[in-house]
Design a protein around this ligand. Structure first.
Ligand SMILES: [Zn+2]
Ligand SMILES: [Zn+2]
Length: 366
């Protein structure tokens, strides 16, 4: 029988190698598809700085920059004044030390009965002048710092107000950006699905259409890889709570399809089994469909016992070249061959006259 499946005749090692290569092929398909999908995912999205520019007025931004630089300048000035104060403090200390030293010297000379010299008095005078000078300058630096501090405080308030306005504009910009980003993501997802879903359907069609083809491992590899990539795209781009419905629906569909296939192949006997049953029935002169005796030719007068037909002694009429339908179920059991015209068993695959292969046995045991 030429139609008998010959898969089992391939050695196990060869079949294992074919299986392994098919899995490898599926992996490479997945790799290739992920290159394409990644390129789609790299398409430029919305530009945040452009949106920001549209929403934030330039004047406000310039004002913010101006305030910032003013603030920095004041900070610098305050720091400078504090440095000056440090220097003044140093020179005050120096003058104070000098004053104490000179006073000590003068007391010593007074205790020794002498008069403080003119030089000493001059030095004392100088030190005192220096001390007061430094003190005055220190005070004026203090005043400057106080003024600068209040200026800084005012600037701070302006910066705060400006910042509040700016952040309102920024919020608007980021809202628009988020919306644009979402729609960009949707566009990417749609593009990816537009690439991968037709491939999925095409490979499913190939698997279904080319059943029995020896290139079927190619089709299965394509189906597996496109299915996986479709799954990944949906996982990446669909919201999770939406995805769980898709996932469970897909699982139900796949399981359902598998179950239908299993039930069908369990209830539909394989062709070789059907043919064997038909052969045995014809051998026993019984209808292959309903088991009614075939009352034809020499068997028209036969008596059917448990062990088969018993022919009456004078049954020599062998005119068998007539069509015959089962009187019980109506199935056509003998009919003329479409090629040679010989009347032959319709439920067996080959014509007894010319050997032409006919349509596969149609009568199925229900
Ligand atoms: Zn019948
Ligand atoms: Zn024929």
């Amino acid at each position: 029988m030429p139609d008998t499946p010959k898969k089992s005749s391939a050695p196990f090692s060869l079949r294992a190698a074919i299986g392994f290569l098919s899995v490898l092929l599926a992996l490479f398909f997945i790799w290739l598809l992920s290159f394409v999908l990644n390129d789609i995912g790299d398409l430029p999205g919305p530009d945040y700085s452009a949106i920001q520019k549209r929403h934030v007025p330039e004047a406000k931004q310039a004002e913010a920059n101006e305030l910032k630089s003013q603030f920095d300048a004041i900070e610098k000035q305050i720091k400078r004044q504090q440095e000056i104060q440090d220097t003044l403090k140093q020179s005050m200390n120096n003058a104070e030390t000098a004053l104490t030293k000179i006073a000590d010297l003068q007391r010593l000379s007074l205790e020794g009965g002498g008069e403080p010299s003119e030089v000493d008095r001059q030095a004392m005078e100088n030190a005192r002048t220096r001390f007061y000078d430094a003190q005055d300058k220190f005070e004026s630096a203090n005043e400057t710092i106080t003024t600068l501090n209040s200026e800084r405080h005012q600037l701070n308030q302006s910066i705060e107000a400006n910042g509040k306005e700016l952040s309102e504009f920024e919020n608007k910009a980021s809202t628009e950006y988020n919306a644009a980003f979402r729609s960009h993501q949707l566009k990417i997802a749609a593009l990816k699905l537009a690439v991968v879903v037709p491939l999925l359907f095409f490979s499913a069609w190939l698997v279904r259409r080319k059943r029995g083809s020896m290139y079927q491992p190619f089709h299965w590899a394509a189906l597996g890889s496109t299915f996986w990539m479709t799954w990944l795209v949906m996982w990446d781009h669909f919201p999770r709570d939406f995805f769980k419905y898709i996932a469970i629906l897909a699982a139900i569909l796949i399981l359902g399809a598998f179950l239908v296939w299993a039930i069908r192949s369990a209830t539909r006997p394989r062709r070789d089994i059907v043919i064997r049953r038909h052969r045995e029935a014809y051998q026993n002169h019984r209808c292959p469909v309903c088991d009614f005796p075939i009352l034809r030719g020499a068997f028209r007068q036969a008596v059917w016992t448990k062990r088969g037909p018993r022919l009456p002694g004078d049954a020599t009429d062998t005119a068998e070249s007539t069509r015959y339908n089962c009187p019980s179920c109506g199935e056509g059991l003998f009919d003329a061959c479409g090629e040679c015209g010989e009347v032959t068993q319709t439920l067996l695959p080959y014509c007894s006259g010319c050997g032409r292969e006919s349509e596969p046995a149609t009568a199925e045991a229900q």
